[in-house]
Ligand binder design. Sequence first.
Ligand SMILES: Nc1ncnc2c1ncn2[C@@H]1O[C@H](COP(=O)(O)OP(=O)(O)OP(=O)(O)O)[C@@H](O)[C@H]1O
Length: 625
Amino acid sequence: MIALYRLDKTVESKIAALLDTEEHPVVYFYSIRSILDHMMTPFVVITSEPYAEEMASLSLPVVTLSIDLNDIKDKVDSLREAGKTVEQIVVCASENEKSWLEKEFELEPDTVGCPCLFHATENVNLRGAEEPFTYLAPVWDTSIRRSKPPHGEWHLVEPSLSTIRRAVQQAVSLVPFTRDRLREKLLMGAVVDSLHDAVIAVDRQSRITLVNEQAKMLLGLSGDVLGRPITDYIPHSDMLRVLKTGRQELGDVATVLDRSIVINRIPVIVKDQVVGAVSNFKEISDIQKMEMSLRKKLHESGLEARYRLENIIGTSAQIRETKQHAALFAKSNATVLITGESGTGKELFAQGIHLESGRALGPFLAVNCAALPESLLESELFGYEEGAFTGAKKGGKPGLFELAHGGTLFLDEIGEMTLRIQVHLLRVLQERRVRRVGGERVIPVDVRIIVATNRNLEREIEKGQFRSDLYYRINMLKLEVPSLRERLDDIPALIDSMIQEMNEQHEQKIVTLDTEIYLLFQQHHWPGNVRELRNVVERMVLLSRDGMVHVEDVAWLFQGKKRISRTDDEYYGSLIPRFTEEMNQEASKIRDALEKAKHNRTVAAKALGMDRTTLWRKMKQYQIE
Ligand SMILES: Nc1ncnc2c1ncn2[C@@H]1O[C@H](COP(=O)(O)OP(=O)(O)OP(=O)(O)O)[C@@H](O)[C@H]1O
């Protein structure tokens, strides 16, 4: 389709006559508005020089008609033929046409056959001219016709038929291109609309060339805003500054219509010239939501805290007290120092505190300070900037402090950390900001720190291996996890839960363990604590036959190993003296329940809140008939 924009009627009809209108229908437009209403139709615009500029912001293919020196000569000839005297000429045309005509006149001054003066229509002032001139203007220059020259009248110059034919040929050749452009435009529109970010772009004159739905929504724009100056909607738009300076502005925060938004403004530069600017922006609350969901995804891929405090097995007074302290510590944001022998479950407590805290939805990241060499641990914790060292990843890498933002960072085996990293860590803990290795920027972080150690840090300070200032900073809330030796009563429940877990993992079905096994296990010294117990139970499960494990099957596991300091006589003698107070209480509860249930084990188990197998095991353990 060919669109004719603000052309003279005679020129319009000549163009239409030259076109095969079946193949290239002609549409006539007299305002930008009406063109905007048809933007979804692929067309090429033919217009005259003064209106070509208006088209620029619409990014449509435009063919421009203008008059030349030959057209002026033809007009002068026809005036002379009609008996008019033409001695001096004044030509008024648009700024562009005027400068072309001047150049042509300089090159071939004899073409017209008389002196010519050229004026730009925009600032023409012919008043007071004394000489009788012949006044000429292009046929499409409607504004000039409204003013009357001092002597005589305006004579309108038309472009020659060959000029019109060239313009028509050019327009026809551009038609396929407009279809591609439209397709691209639709695609671009779909892409821009599909973005979660709001996007708005302006041209050099700060007229809006692109805007997506999100931008309209956040800026409260409605209707067709394309082609309109951005200042009509945002009077002091910062885009004007970017157009002027050509410098990008990233991460600016502003309030628009009561919403806090973060904005990036980027100049569009072609061949060192600023030809426009694009701005993308987003509501801060959206960014926070995205951050949260990203973090959640990170958790799903293995960075999640899984153990809640209530999942930590054990009902002994020691473990109950530790859990109570942990639940209290979870309410605060202060650093927690977890101490305890290796394998006691320090990491489980760290996870439990995180999940019990207000940061439960944030990330939980853990790093074992003993497992990484110094430089690796440093870049792991604090991240690094691009080029910080040979092999540093392009674009740098965020450290665990940044990744744990809004959540908890668990530093296991902190006693193994070198003094240099201790200094770096202390600074981050004091300032709550990290500076990546090799970087300048400081990044604020909101991270709760939990550290753990099985070393005696006070002794490490005496030996000069641990900084006392760091110790005082991390030793705000101290959680001491008891060794397994100190809570032997928890062993049966731990074994049961481990067996259940492993049965599921190994698809094995162990129904029963000899009661003696529990007793045997409660005799062991367990230097490796719960971790060692888990290993032993795993081996036991793998060695089991027909769903039964007998004491003879496992006794060898403890051969040559240190026992709790109890004599064999105690072990093989009466079992009662070896029961703790809690066990005695449990035994008498079971006796009572059985009596009440008239020795119906199903009823008694129900009353005790345990299943039949557990009741049966406990009856064997406490030798209840
Ligand atoms: N109360 C518990 N209930 C169930 N499993 C436990 C319990 N305590 C520890 N475990 C298990 O014991 C193993 C060791 O636990 P964890 O890694 O938390 O110990 P740790 O004290 O952090 O050890 P280390 O000092 O060596 O880092 C893990 O497999 C864990 O699942």
